[in-house]
Write a protein that binds this ligand. Structure first.
Ligand code: BGC
Length: 736
């Protein structure tokens, strides 16, 4: 139930009343967020709070320190304005969920919402009331380390999961204990950094910006996200933190966003480093003019805003607007009623329920990329022994993933431990790490690995990359399995025994050099605290894999960017108009090898398509149809198909609907995901999938940068991946 003191009108009145009492110094203070990595309520923070020079702290996660800082702010400052307490609670707090890219592979908004809810409840026990998540940068470059923090490449999937995560963090009412303010970040375009090198430049034409990169942010704003964070990156020549087009025109004027815009860490002062401004004062000028309300971890605002106002270069209205949005958020959080945290009002941290959600999330995030001859699931009854080999089989910290400042490694259950507890009584489990770490090039233990594999009925290799190899500033130019892992695979393969690869990683990897060397691959991302039990249950068939790829897996790094919703081009490639480099005959003069959009060495298809993911069940899609071929603009169409489980186990499947707008005034993608649904089917069970699309769902930003739906022909596909060929057609017609 909404708290009476927090109705929007009343909040606005209280903001105005408070603003009237504030000095300029107190106003500017609200716009400053300071970090506190040292000590308990250090003097500089305590003094700053007393004099009203700090509006928010970041990285204080000790309950007593936070309560003391709030006490100083509320009881010892002139106006008693409480603090926003920010922390990166990205994929869990003590209980760690899979990395966001893994959560995206679940294609399950419900589990993402529940995971965020648990994270918020746990973080709130320390007094944190603001998280810097979800990160909703569309990411089409697996070299970029931060793809791990994203929901992948697809606009619709990212948008729906963004909304779910925001709802999970913020709950129904920010006033309720355990609800924390969320941040949609990084506004905008950060995922398009050149060559996937973190912090590098982005260049994105406006139609693409609006049709792709901005859409998840629009969804987040519509869902009521409290705050947005600017991106570190330069967008078309103007760094995002000073980008008026983004922060004013789009965000405030077009979308009416009324929440807080916070800079990224010191990104205001970095405007000078970008080469946009001469000094910090000019950086402060550009940022406030563009619409950044709060400066994270810098001092450009505290040092220069008053002077800029004095000189008449900025107006007090700009400062008032920024302070109002910050105060509004504090009122919405109920901080003026109670700024203090009493953890006994919240559920216990690391609860059974939280761990079960982490296990479910991990289960649903694992993607089975291949499973030749149904080698999986393994049968504990039929096997006598299993070899568990590899640097990531028993690495409790590394399975947690990139953003785990507060993650409790003691809660982490590794696959090796989980396999032992699940089947250790029934069969002989032999473990060998074989490599010190994923990057190691020392192969001394490979002979022993081969011996163990040789004498076991099946080998499960735990490969991949440690969590530190992805995340912020951890980009890679080569996204093969690092170190000598491919050699380990080759050696174990030589035994002739079945080989399963379970890969833990923070990004899609290029698996071309091992894909034919193994019988099955489970791609587990960094699965979090409960990764081990989830993987063990999947390996031994207690559960069926049901994850689907949220990002395309390239064959080779040179194919990047490769994503399912590409444009057709004027010369699209197909199997009959390409030549592979190995088949070029240079004995006779030759000029054409296909004249289409392909690579001589990599072709034009990915190794694994967006949406791909196998199951122990056998899902069959048939009878696609539309309820009406002609749809009037403004009406809806229902696209239906039959989905049957022809296998002999019950399992979840994620059914996907894709659409192509064949002809438009700006070219449209060859496929765009328009809907998806996770369904559970018993063996033999069928279900009719009805997907209802309104013609607005088919809108796009055209040449004039306005949203439009154009009449014409559409193709629609339903299936279990973006590769689906099950197609129907419909036509949008102008209403009479
Ligand atoms: C990251 C943000 C993060 C912030 C605070 C920055 O380096 O880009 O995503 O929220 O630090 O830790």
């Amino acid at each position: 139930m909404a708290n009476q003191t927090n109705t929007p009108d009343e909040i606005d009145e209280r903001v105005v009343a408070l603003l009237e009492q504030m000095t300029l110094e107190e106003k500017i203070g609200q716009m400053c967020q300071l970090g506190a990595s040292e000590g308990y309520a250090p003097d500089y923070l305590a003094d700053g709070l007393r004099s009203g020079r700090i509006g928010s702290v970041i990285n204080v996660v000790d309950l007593h320190a936070v309560n003391e800082l709030q006490r100083i702010a509320v009881e010892e400052s002139r106006l008693g304005i409480p603090l926003l307490v920010g922390r990166d609670v990205i994929h869990g707090f003590k209980t760690v969920m899979p990395i966001p890219l893994g959560q995206a592979a679940s294609w399950n908004p419900e589990i993402v919402r529940e995971g965020a809810r648990i994270a918020a409840l746990e973080a709130a026990t320390t007094g944190v009331n603001w998280t810097f998540a979800p990160m909703i940068d569309i990411s089409r470059d697996a070299r970029w380390g931060r793809i791990a923090e994203s929901f992948g490449e697809c606009v619709l999937l990212t948008s729906e999961l963004a909304v779910a995560m925001i709802e999970g963090f913020q709950g129904d009412d920010l006033c309720e204990p355990g609800a924390i303010a969320a941040t949609a970040k990084h506004f905008a375009g950060y995922g398009a950094v050149e060559s996937g090198r973190d912090y590098a430049t982005t260049n994105i034409p406006e139609t693409k910006l609006r049709n792709v990169y901005l859409r998840p942010f629009k969804a987040a704003v519509d869902a009521g996200v409290s705050t947005l964070m600017t991106s570190f990156s330069d967008l078309n020549g103007i760094p995002a933190t000073a980008n008026e087009f983004l922060l004013r025109q789009v965000l405030r004027d077009e979308w009416n966003f009324g929440g807080v815009v916070v800079s990224d860490w010191d990104s205001i002062r970095q405007l000078h480093v970008h080469g946009l401004t001469e000094n910090d004062k000019e950086s402060a000028y550009q940022a406030i003019t563009a619409g950044v309300d709060m400066e994270m971890a810098g001092d450009a605002y505290s040092k220069h805003l008053a002077e800029l106002l004095d000189e008449g270069r900025i107006d007090i209205a700009a400062i008032d607007a920024a302070v109002s949005s910050i105060l509004r958020t504090k009122f919405k959080l109920g901080l003026f009623e109670n700024a203090f945290t009493d953890p006994s009002r919240l559920p216990p941290v690391a609860s059974k329920q939280g761990l079960e959600i982490a296990r479910q999330a991990a289960l649903q995030s694992v993607v089975m990329l291949k499973n030749d001859h149904h080698v999986l699931p393994l049968s504990a009854e039929k096997l006598g022994s299993v070899a568990v080999i590899g640097p990531l089989a028993d690495a409790p910290y590394q399975q947690l993933g990139t953003w785990i400042f507060d993650g409790d490694v003691e809660l982490s259950i590794t696959p090796m431990h989980a396999i032992h507890s699940l089947v250790g009584h029934d069969l002989d489990v032999r473990y060998l790490r074989a490599m010190e770490n994923s990057r190691s090039k020392a192969s001394e233990s490979f002979d022993e690995a081969v011996e163990i594999a040789q004498s076991s009925d099946v080998t499960v290799l735990f490969l991949g990359e440690e969590s530190i190899l992805s995340g912020e500033a951890h980009s890679r130019a080569d996204i093969n399995l690092p170190g000598d892992q491919a050699e380990l695979v080759r050696r174990v393969r030589e035994t002739g025994k079945p080989v399963i690869a379970v890969i833990l990683a923070g990004r899609p990897l290029t698996l071309t050099n091992i894909v034919d060397q193994v019988d099955a691959i489970l791609f587990a991302w960094h699965p979090g605290s409960m990764g081990g039990p989830a993987i063990a249950d999947l390996l031994f068939g207690l559960e069926s894999p049901s994850g689907k790829l949220p990002a395309t897996f390239p064959r080779m790094v040179g194919q990047i960017p490769i994503y399912y919703s590409q444009k057709n081009s004027g010369k699209p490639a197909s199997w009959d108009n390409i030549t592979h480099i190995d088949h070029i005959d240079t004995r006779a003069p030759q000029t054409s090898l296909g004249m289409s959009a392909f690579h001589l060495d990599a072709g034009f298809t990915p190794l694994f398509a967006f949406g791909h993911g196998l199951s122990y069940a056998d899902f069959d899609y048939q009878h696609i149809r539309v309820d009406s071929y002609e749809i009037e603009l403004g009406a809806s169409v229902t696209i239906s198909a039959e989905l049957t489980n022809r296998g002999d186990v019950a399992a979840d499947e994620v059914a996907q609907l894709y659409v192509r707008d064949l002809v438009a005034s700006v070219t449209r993608p060859v496929k765009e995901l328009k809907a998806f649904r996770r369904v559970r089917l018993e063996p033999g069970e069928s279900v009719t999938l009805d997907f209802v699309l309104h013609t607005d769902d088919l809108s796009f930003f055209g040449r004039d940068m306005r949203r439009t739906v154009e009449p014409g022909e559409f193709h629609a596909w339903v299936g279990g991946s973006s590769d689906t060929q099950l197609r129907t057609e419909f036509r949008i017609i102008q209403s009479a």
